[in-house]
Design a protein around this ligand. Structure first.
Ligand code: CTP
Length: 401
């Protein structure tokens, strides 16, 4: 996701400095080359060696270090950076940048870079609400600095309130968003994800193996690319990306109501959910007791949400999924035409590295004009971006990266 991106990670002095270690791990895992700059106060909380070991790069602590100066010069980092992140950012460092003070390696680099900068503040609640701090943050926001607001919680100073550093995952997501193309700015994209559950009684249901990973990857990628995202999700064990509008549903009937109710707001709807095709004709109010050797269940069809969207007079751009165990082309093309959708993402779920419950997928894309595009095995995050590239080009969204 961040392959070969040069990220400058600034760590300032606060108890939350240890969380920057986790953030560094997320950044490097996503492929970024991270250069850590620590202020003097930050080194009181975590040692430079920790960051050096995990980033595999020297940690910068001083403005005029003789070796670093000879090798890169103190402005070179600023020039080389694709992104700057300060986490945790104290009121002090934010105040300095807002006032144009560049008196250490971090403030000098941040002021000298033309790359986007993400700032994740962490401080005492009264400092955070102090009008001087508020002015500084507002000023930096006006100049294009991006903020990941702190969260509410028990603060190290003993107070309770806003001021706790946002979770490393939230800062990471803001970093990826800052580096993404923003071709979906102003668009509303709905993604459905996960399985549905059709209840038989208060303790049993019919469902399927869908993990929701593909749908959540699509929601995350669309959000990074600037879309307002409505994520209609069946029951899954995944954390929704911060900032998406989550509509949690259980059954196909609930998903149907949620999708149809908001379809009019959307530029595109991507139906990655594995919706149950049938539900029990009746839901027993009490637990069904064991009786004879056999039990027959009567099932009735659930509404086909995608097909109903395809019948709308003014349908958004529609992307359907087809999970098949054979005859991929034939079934996918049939679904494309029968459900009247713009694009089908088809995969053979009988392969162990594609489909349910794995992080990778291998799909073929089918379009209305008869085009077929084979996609190699890739992560669901990468595939989400490939799908969004095709949707964007069909919608002729501006590629203003
Ligand atoms: N879908 C839907 N509502 C349903 C069933 C499916 O919206 N009641 C959508 C899925 O979200 C997916 C597409 O239709 O985008 C195809 O789903 P799939 O289960 O592969 O196909 P079905 O139409 O259910 O056909 P079959 O199960 O016979 O393959």
């Amino acid at each position: 996701m961040l392959k070969d991106k040069q990220v400058v990670l600034g760590v300032t002095g606060g108890i939350a400095a240890y969380k920057a270690v986790e953030l560094l791990r997320l950044l490097t895992k996503a492929g970024a080359n991270v250069h850590v700059i620590m202020t003097r106060a930050a080194q009181e909380f975590v040692t430079p060696l920790t960051f050096q070991t995990l980033s595999a790069n020297p940690v910068h602590t001083e403005l005029f270090n003789l070796i670093a100066e000879r090798e890169i010069g103190h402005i070179a980092l600023a020039d080389r950076a694709d992104l700057g992140v300060i986490a945790p950012a104290t009121a002090n460092v934010i105040g300095k940048i807002a006032a144009g003070i560049a008196d250490d390696m971090l403030t000098t680099t941040i002021m000298a870079t033309k790359a986007p900068v993400v700032i994740a503040p962490a401080m005492n609640v009264n400092m955070y609400t102090n009008p001087i701090y508020r002015d500084n943050e507002d000023k930096l926001r006006r100049h294009g600095y991006l903020f990941v607001p702190p969260v509410r919680g028990a603060l190290a100073c003993g107070w309770e309130g806003d001021g706790k550093l946002a979770a490393p995952e939230a800062v990471f997501e803001a970093a990826v968003a800052a580096l993404s193309r923003h071709d979906y700015n102003g668009q509303t994209i709905m993604v459905t994800a996960g399985p549905t559950r059709e209840e038989l009684d208060p303790v049993r249901f019919i469902s399927n193996h869908s993990s929701g990973k593909m749908g959540y990857a699509l929601a995350r990628a669309a959000q990074y690319r600037g879309a307002r995202v409505i994520l209609v999700s069946g029951p899954v064990n995944l954390t929704p990306p911060s900032g998406v509008e989550l509509v949690a549903v259980e059954s196909a009937g609930e998903m149907h109501a949620a999708v149809m109710g908001r379809a009019g707001e959307c530029t595109a709807i991507i139906k990655a959910a594995a919706v149950a095709d049938y539900r029990p004709a009746e839901r027993s109010g009490a637990k069904i007791k064991k009786k004879g050797a056999e039990l027959s269940l009567q099932l009735v069809k659930t509404p086909d949400i995608l097909a109903e969207l395809g019948r709308l007079a003014k349908a958004p751009f529609l992307v359907g999924f087809a999970a098949e165990t054979g005859k991929l082309s034939e079934f996918a093309t049939r679904k494309l035409h029968e459900k009247n959708v713009d694009m089908i993402v088809a995969n053979d779920v009988s392969q162990s590295d594609a489909g349910f419950n794995v992080d990778t997928n291998r799909v073929r894309l089918f379009f209305r004009d008869g085009r077929e595009v084979d996609c190699a095995l890739m992560t669901k995050d990468d595939l989400a971006n490939v799908i969004l590239d095709h949707v964007a080009s069909a919608l002729r969204l501006l590629q203003n990266s």
